[in-house]
Design a binder for this molecule. Sequence first.
Ligand code: NAD
Ligand code: WQD
Length: 340
Amino acid sequence: MAILVTGGLGYIGSHTVVELLNNNFDVVIVDDLSNSEKFILQNIEEVTGKKPVFYPFDLKRKELLSQVFDAHKIDGCINFAAYKAVGESQEKPIDYYENNLFTLINILQEFKEREISNFIFSSSCTVYGQADTMPIDENTPLKIPESVYGKTKQMGEEILIDFAKAYQRKITLLRYFNPIGAHPSAKLGELPIGIPNNLVPYVTQTAAGIREKLSIWGNDYPTVDGTAVRDYIYVVDLAKAHVAALKRLMENKSEETTVDIYNLGTGNGSSVLEVVKAFEKANNVEVPYQICDRREGDITIAYANADKAEKELNWKSETTLEDALRTTWEWQKYLKSREL
Ligand code: NAD
Ligand code: WQD
């Protein structure tokens, strides 16, 4: 029995594969390397001493996907594969809808035909938009996301809920807040292609001298210091939540439809300036910055109430912001040593 991990060589996927292997799951990865590198597979083996099965192909290729299900007894799936760049999704909406939704539907067709249950979906706090109250729990009303990327996440959730209801299957939607950090071994981490859009990769590259200055998008928000607030969750903590969610699904032997939804965050909000200061302190480096206008489409504040995950999955975030940011810096040094 194996777990299919799509996008398993990507940022969150690779960390989750490590946790699955450490928990003695057999793992089958499908990843087309559109946003990852083959050396990550080697590094997963170095970190775990185990070798996951790996298929390098695009999940839109239905016939190849079917062959994976023929070759392995798949007992569940964690579906990370997706395009995730918010700005790019506005420029290439059809590519985003195609990649993020056709891949999902192809996997669900296999699940439907082969009577497989246990599906975990990578969703995002973006489905809440700017929530009216903080912290955000799972009952907070959803808003139509501003970006095409966000819409693919909301549509993915709806497709999965309809799937679970129609075929009496068990699914879990995990809504991540802002994942950061790298593996403590410094062999796995985020691989930003080109100029990073996300805060922590940009801060890291600025500290490393690859970027001249961080632009802080707005300091006139109604927050503690005027900069926007997010909930930054350490990627290894996040990866562990997937194992907990998978175990819960697999232990649930009921034949009835199950739809579990969990917010995965720390429960704490940090401002942009607080992240910059924490990075400087954790790594004893300087991050030059300038204050700029607000970025279009940004929300003011988002942080999770993750009590449901704590209660039902027995999971909670354990790593401090500073510790997480220390791993990011170690990962940056590793990339430099490999000239990546
Ligand atoms: P990532 O880009 O590092 O990983 C995604 C992986 O999927 C990549 O390795 C890529 O090569 C692969 N992939 C993409 N399309 C594919 C296809 N058609 N066939 C096969 N492989 C394909 O991204 P990540 O940060 O690890 O995110 C994983 C998931 O979590 C995504 O679904 C993303 O939307 C979601 N998510 C991410 C964040 C975040 O900030 N990183 C936040 C919330 C939700
Ligand atoms: C965080 C804060 C920026 C870069 C995005 C996606 C969302 C989800 C998480 C996947 C904001 C500020 C950033 C910079 C800055 N991903 N910032 N200078 O905006 O919360 O969300 O990632 O589902 O869908 O939209 O994350 O890291 O881009 O920004 O000042 O160079 O840092 O304005 O306040 P965000 P982020």
